[in-house]
Ligand binder design. Structure first.
Ligand SMILES: Nc1nc2c(ncn2[C@@H]2O[C@H](COP(=O)(O)OP(=O)(O)OP(=O)(O)O)[C@@H](O)[C@H]2O)c(=O)[nH]1
Ligand SMILES: [Mg+2]
Length: 481
């Protein structure tokens, strides 16, 4: 009996301590393939293994005692499968983790020595970092909360008819031209229209588009696949009046509203509005590589995203969001595709894009920051001889099937790649990219580096990265004072 009550008291004490431990909710997002899973896996690995993080103030000041995983506080969110993603990276040969399509969460607890002598008297301090990984496609839905079906349709169709999209949208637009909004509602027409609209969104995404792919669940339906919630499409509404009851247009309008109520609002309330800090991972290099359309699209996407995080004073979101998310970091991922001399330049280009997006979104840019990083460095800097000259290059193992010119890589051989330097002037570089059909940037996908699980002394090995520590510093350092 005494034993039981003792253990109950211990348990209650542990829970109270846990309750009193400060926590920070860190959102990690980015569109499909931006690098979210690799970022979280590498970040957690470097924290728990005491990796080299010289620009992470608490680590540079030797104040981190240890970091470890703990059960997450939210039972209803799937756990981020850190161990499985790690196992992929440590496999022989190493492989990148599988694509993930849903929200997930992981709690890392950091034990540290406070920078303040008084606080140190109480012993080590603790911080829970709750990392929430969610698809950027969901974020792009948030502006829908401010729209009715008429404004959503007008915006969505204007974009579909724009020159860079009209080809992909043609089957859907042709279908729309032959469909009467006043006709009686019909499930089969709704299904056909939604399929064609989704095919257009998918084609845009596959061509590298990063913006206005709303509704986001059309591309990432998950458990909603086939549900009436996703069986609608934008329709031109000519008259100002409500469409007649029982018409196709009324059916689309009803489903649009249900999508907002059943999909977008719960995401907003249960996840988005609870975040303290946010990192948005952006594949800037692929946009630069693809040329003008992709760059224009990236800029539009950044504006949309900023409107979600930094809504203008009169917006619907600002009423609900308050000022909870006080820092947003945009990070250009996969910087290891460039030589070190270009990392600052990539960062400067992203800053330029962010500054302009801040202006366009008519928000203030306070607390918005940009940097370039590689969560897991897959290349090494090297020099190669060419015609008697020594040139800086990158060494890595391109993934099977990747090509440069006439060379196709087999996935096993290492190669020296000359990706080319980014221009020194970010404004000029961005202007050139806005007009270029394709950039002069060589881009091949690399296999993950061969990583050791443990060091010779048996301790777990940290992973190589570029500027991951600076990201961590911006996002959480002030919580570790
Ligand atoms: N070279 C290099 N490649 C990276 C890095 N991070 C991500 N990648 C590449 O980008 C791909 C996508 O990374 P993920 O982390 O799976 O991206 P994600 O955003 O989680 O993707 P989804 O789960 O599909 O939304 C990987 O398979 C790698 O090919 C990096 O730091 N360096
Ligand atoms: Mg993922």
């Amino acid at each position: 009996m005494a034993d039981i009550s003792y253990s109950l008291i211990k348990d209650a004490q542990a829970r109270l301590t846990d309750y009193l431990t400060p926590s920070i909710r860190l959102g990690v997002t980015g569109l499909s393939r931006a690098g979210k899973t690799v970022f979280i896996t590498a970040l957690v690995r470097n924290l728990v293994c005491g990796g080299r993080l010289p620009f992470f103030a608490a680590d540079a000041e030797h104040r981190i005692v240890r970091a470890y995983l703990e059960p997450q506080p939210d039972d209803s969110i799937p756990r981020f499968d850190y161990e499985a993603h790690l196992a992929d990276l440590l496999a022989t040969p190493p492989r990148w983790p599988e694509s993930t399509k849903r929200i997930s969460e992981l709690r890392v607890t950091i034990e540290y020595r406070s920078a303040y002598a008084l606080k140190r008297l109480a012993g080590y301090s603790k911080l829970h970092v709750d990392i929430v990984d969610y698809p950027g496609e969901w974020l792009i839905d948030l502006p829908m909360l401010e729209q009715d079906f008429r404004t959503f349709s007008a915006g969505s169709l204007a974009l579909a008819r724009s020159p860079s999209r009209a080809d992909h949208a043609k089957p859907f637009l042709d279908f729309l031209a032959g469909t009467d909004p006043a006709a009686a509602e019909d499930e089969q027409i709704a299904i056909t229209g939604a399929k064609l609209f989704t095919a257009y969104l998918r084609a845009m995404r596959d061509s590298g588009a990063q913006s206005t792919l709303a509704p986001g669940r059309f591309l990432l339906p998950g458990e909603l696949d086939g549900s009436p919630l996703l069986t609608f499409f934008p329709m031109p509404l000519t008259s100002e009046e409500r469409p007649p009851r029982g018409s196709l247009a009324a059916m689309m309008m009803r489903r649009f509203e249900s999508y907002k109520t059943s999909v977008v609002k719960p995401f907003f309330n249960d996840h988005f509005a609870r975040l303290d800090r946010q990192i948005v991972l952006v594949d800037v290099l692929t946009a630069l590589h693809r040329g003008a359309d992709a760059v224009g699209d990236l800029e539009r996407a950044m504006t949309d995203i900023l409107r979600a995080f930094r809504p203008g004073a009169n917006s619907w979101l600002s009423m609900f969001l308050g000022r909870r998310i006080d820092r947003v970091l945009f990070a250009a991922t996969k910087a290891d595709h460039l030589p070190a001399s270009s990392h600052d330049r990539l960062e400067a280009i992203l800053k330029e894009i962010v500054d302009e997006a801040v202006k366009r979104a008519q928000t203030e840019g306070a607390g918005v920051h940009a940097l370039a990083l590689s969560a897991l460095r897959a290349t090494r800097e090297a020099t190669a001889k060419q015609g008697g000259e020594r040139l800086p290059c990158l060494r890595g193992t391109p993934i099977k099937g990747e090509r440069i010119g006439t060379v196709t890589f087999d996935g096993t051989a290492e190669a020296a790649i000359f990706p080319g330097d980014l221009p020194a002037d970010p404004k000029a570089a961005l202007n050139a990219a806005r007009h270029a059909k394709s950039a002069s940037l060589e881009l091949v996908r690399f296999a993950p580096p061969k990583l050791a699980d443990t060091l010779p002394d048996g301790k777990p090995a940290a992973f190589p990265h570029i500027r991951l520590d600076r990201a961590l510093d911006f996002l959480i350092s002030d919580y570790l004072s």
